[in-house]
Every structure is written in structure tokens, then in C-alpha cells.
Design a protein around this ligand. Structure first.
Ligand code: TXA
Ligand code: MG
Length: 354
């Protein structure tokens, strides 16, 4: 058991003394959870194999799932990756700091613990002032997965980190709720054309507008099977409740959600609906706890609140979560990916009766 300390930190203007203390914990091989613009990360010195092993222990993360290395600026990229192609610099110039992770050949000074034994390394420059200040003060690249127990929903608030990792890590910097709410987009530049391993905070359309077509990963791999490519496990980001994802249009979508909520309730289950604000009125008589992630017209809002809404439904004690799909435009693709993973592939296509 470790004693976990939690300190509030100003998200815009982090206190230099507190950051210096957190950086010292990192340099001494400790574990610090900190806010990024996407989700909270669990950081350790990326150059210290022993410290990195501590991340896997605290999260109960299998050693075959590699970590993202965080830098405070793009110019540091040659310290962690090699054979960096021009397209990487183009992407870095355009999207860093920000929610884009690039997979590149590993620099030999990055321990194999970080890359899960692989010859590639995932790298990003986060935009959050606290993350930036911490990396700069530590003076080393920081390896950081999302600060949740493996397989659980990623943390968008310090209280989520506390719930999963208290007693297992040294320090939590509480910078309030994160802005983007879903994790970074992971793009592999070791394949041609670039391969989108995980949709996230930077949309596929935005990437394609800059560098042309990106390849989409076919199908995530069910949990229990070792994925050929890291990051492709199907069940991940799961709340405790069983999740079922519904794809289709109103009014058939509403009729289906209503009928399914009714059916599960009759079977004695507590039901939650993960829906948009616009769905609340048409579904007002469904026997379910409503989890409203945001507006259909504002997918940034939906992404920001997605994980907290899943956690809230868990806390409300529901056993089944019926979730609506939010399309595939912009952040919709990342939202669909997280909900599909939470549902472990249990996706229902809703089609109107003909
Ligand atoms: O927004 C984010 O990316 C957050 C914040 C903290 O930066 N981090 C995050 O880390 O989501 P994590 O570990 O939860 O997810 C990293 C993903 C995993 O799916 C992992 O398999 C993939 O990136 N990944 C890491 N290194 C890789 C590599 N060398 N090749 C392919 N995928 C890799
Ligand atoms: Mg994660």
C-alpha cells in the first residue's frame, strides 16, 4: 500500500512549487496522476524501466499493452523515436500540442517495458498546461496510460482516479474535469498509408485533410486473445453494467430502446439509458435511469461527458446500459469506438419495419 496524496492544481496556471514536487516524485521513480486535455494520465519516468513497471502493477495492466510517451514539445521527438518521416513533422506542426498520438520506430533509449517489447513507440505532446508543466519540470519524457484500472472506464476527473488507484500511486494532481473527454487518436506511421489504431480527440476527417487517406483498423480483437497490433482489444473502457449499443434512426430507435428497457425491467434488471439530450423527451416513459451525455448537435459535449455518464450509471446501480450510437462524423467515430468496446461488441442494428 502506498499513501496517495491528492492536491488541487490550477488548470490554467499551475503552482510552480507543487509542479516541482510532482516532478521530483517522477524523477525518483514514483507514480503521478495528472490531467491532460483528453483524460487523466498515470505518469512515470519513461526512461526508468523500474518506474514503468510500477505503472503496470498499479493498473493491473497486462505487460503486452504498450504505453504512450508524453513530451512537452515536438522538438524532443528525436529523443524517443528514430527514422522520423516528414509526415510526422507535418502532423506534429499541425496537431501538437493536442490529442494525437503517433506510432514511430522506437529510439533505443526507450526501455522495452514502455513499448511492451516492440520496436515502435507511441508519442504525443499533450496540450494541458499541467501536463506540459510537469513534463518540463521533470526534464524527462513521461510514460502515461490513462489513470484507471485496466479494463475500466478512463478517468476524466481526479475523483475517478482516486476511485481506481488510491493506495497504489504516490500523487494525484486534481486539475478539474478534462476538456476532450475521450483519449487521443492513435495513428501508426510505420504502415503505409498511415493506420488509425484508435479514433480519438483528433477526427479522421481532420487527419485526412492534412495528409490524405488514413486506413481504418478492421475489427477490434475480443478480450482474452492477444491482439496482433497493440491497442486493438475489443473489451476495454467497460463499466460494471452490461452495455448494449443501438445503431439506427428515430423513431425506430426510440421504439426499440423503449421496448428493451421495458423487457429488461420485467426481467428484474435495473436499466440505464445512455442517450442525447434530444432523446429524453421521446423516451420519458421508459422505465430507466437516464444518462444524458450531451446534445446530438454538439459531439464535443457528448465526448466530454461520455465516461462520467457511464460511471454515473454504474453508481446509480443499473445492471444494463442501453446506449445510442452518435454516428461516425467527427468525434462520433471515437464515441462509437468507446461504446462498442464497453459493449464488448454487443451492437444492435435497428432497422424500421417494412
Ligand atoms: O489521451 C490519451 O492517449 C491518454 C492520455 C493520458 O495521454 N492516454 C491513453 O493511454 O489513453 P492508454 O495507455 O490508455 O492507451 C494507449 C493506447 C493503447 O491502446 C495502446 O495499445 C496504444 O495506445 N499503443 C501504445 N503504444 C503503442 C505502439 N507502440 N503501437 C501501437 N499502439 C500503441
Ligand atoms: Mg487506457
Amino acid at each position: 500500500m502506498k499513501t496517495t496524496q491528492i492536491y488541487p492544481v490550477d488548470a490554467q496556471a499551475p503552482d510552480a512549487e507543487l509542479i516541482a514536487r510532482a516532478a521530483e516524485v517522477i524523477r525518483r521513480g514514483g507514480l503521478v496522476a495528472f490531467p491532460t486535455e483528453t483524460v487523466y494520465g498515470l505518469g512515470a519516468n519513461a526512461l526508468d524501466a523500474q518506474a514503468v513497471r510500477g505503472i503496470f502493477l498499479a493498473k493491473e495492466r497486462p505487460a503486452y499493452d504498450p504505453l504512450i510517451v508524453h513530451l512537452d514539445r515536438a522538438e524532443a521527438l528525436p529523443q524517443v523515436a528514430r527514422a522520423i518521416p516528414p509526415v510526422a513533422w507535418e502532423l506534429a506542426t499541425h496537431f501538437w500540442p493536442g490529442p494525437l498520438t503517433l506510432v514511430l520506430p522506437r529510439h533505443p533509449q526507450i526501455p522495452l517495458e514502455v513499448t511492451a517489447g516492440g520496436e515502435t513507440v507511441a508519442v504525443r505532446v499533450p496540450a494541458h498546461p499541467v501536463a506540459q508543466a510537469l513534463i518540463r519540470a521533470a526534464g524527462v519524457p513521461i510514460a502515461a496510460p490513462s489513470a484507471n484500472r485496466f479494463g475500466r472506464v478512463s478517468p476524466t476527473r481526479a475523483s475517478d482516479v482516486w476511485a481506481d488507484l488510491a493506495g497504489r500511486i504516490d500523487l494525484i494532481l486534481d486539475g478539474g474535469p478534462t476538456q476532450v473527454g475521450v483519449e487521443s487518436t492513435v495513428l501508426s506511421l510505420v504502415s503505409t498509408p498511415p493506420l488509425l489504431l484508435r479514433p480519438g480527440g483528433v477526427s479522421r476527417e481532420a487527419l485526412a485533410a492534412l495528409i490524405g487517406p488514413v486506413q481504418l483498423l478492421e475489427r477490434p480483437v475480443p478480450i482474452g486473445e492477444r491482439a496482433a497490433a497493440p491497442g486493438t482489444l475489443l473489451q476495454h473502457y467497460a463499466p460494471r453494467a452490461q452495455v448494449i449499443l443501438y445503431r439506427g434512426e428515430a423513431p425506430t430507435l426510440y421504439a426499440t430502446l423503449q421496448a428493451e428497457a421495458q423487457r429488461w425491467t420485467e426481467e428484474g434488471r435495473r436499466v440505464g439509458l445512455l442517450i442525447a439530450r434530444e432523446d429524453a423527451e421521446p423516451l420519458r416513459s421508459a422505465p430507466a435511469v437516464l444518462g444524458i451525455a450531451g446534445s446530438l448537435a454538439d459531439l464535443e459535449e457528448v465526448a466530454r461527458h461520455l465516461f462520467a455518464t457511464l460511471r454515473a450509471l454504474d453508481e446509480a446501480g443499473v445492471q444494463v446500459i442501453l446506449a445510442r450510437d452518435f454516428g461516425e462524423a467527427g468525434l462520433g467515430l471515437a464515441i462509437r469506438d468507446r461504446l462498442t468496446r464497453a459493449a464488448a461488441g454487443h451492437v444492435v442494428e435497428v432497422t424500421p419495419p417494412d
